[in-house]
Design a protein around this ligand. Sequence first.
Ligand SMILES: [Fe+2]
Ligand SMILES: [Fe+2]
Length: 271
Amino acid sequence: MTDLVVRRLLIDLEAPFDRHWCGGDAFLSAWFNALSMSFPVGEQFFIDSVRNGHKALPPDRHAALKDEVQGFVGQEATHRRIHALFNGHLERQGFVNDWGPKALERMKLLEGFDVRHPVAITAANEHFTAIFADWLLAHPEVFGSAEPRLRTMWLWHAAEESEHKSTALDVYRALGGDEGWRRTWFRRVTIIFLTDTVIQTVKNLRRDGTLWRWSTWRSAARHLLARDGLLRESFKPWRAYFREGFHPNDLHSDLAERWLADNANAYRPVN
Ligand SMILES: [Fe+2]
Ligand SMILES: [Fe+2]
């Protein structure tokens, strides 16, 4: 495990941005906006779950994972802060975040559950996020002519997601988490995450008035279904999670490391 560095992003998020900020593409903008809307609530849930799981560990295992958990919490806390600023602009543009409040309601159902369940849910989400992050880092052209500060924000987040992809699963294993439950939660999270993404993206497009434009659907097909699209390229790493004893580091990628090295002037390490 490499040390998880918390980084302060040196970009200005005060200035407003275009509605179709992602290279003028209505579909991509609506889709990324939907994901961003889920982050403040989702990432707080990941932080709480991993923290509670870590607290429940016996002293030796607790100590072994202390630095990793601290780095994870610091990175996710920074992500949610930055995305809350981004989401503030979306709100002023008239978009409505239904995903966050719905996810919050759903999280209440987990109150009183064994601490391993939220950690398994977090590990499942983190695998999803890491797959998406590596796809983005491999296809930065998705951002087209997007403003450099926004492109930097998304790729920085992607790089850190890829960097800390194993923390939740490491905590789950240290807690003696069951392999059957790990897979069950991944199956459930897959369905819930995809459904929520589609619903919020469609709502964003409807509010934008671009849902029924041919160019919107052409972009969706191009970025999701094409040979180098997200769904096709993600299937294998998605399936890998069901393997007995799977660990995120089994899927090696140096894209995050490379992006962070090439863009060192875009951030400042905090710790
Ligand atoms: Fe994050
Ligand atoms: Fe994460």
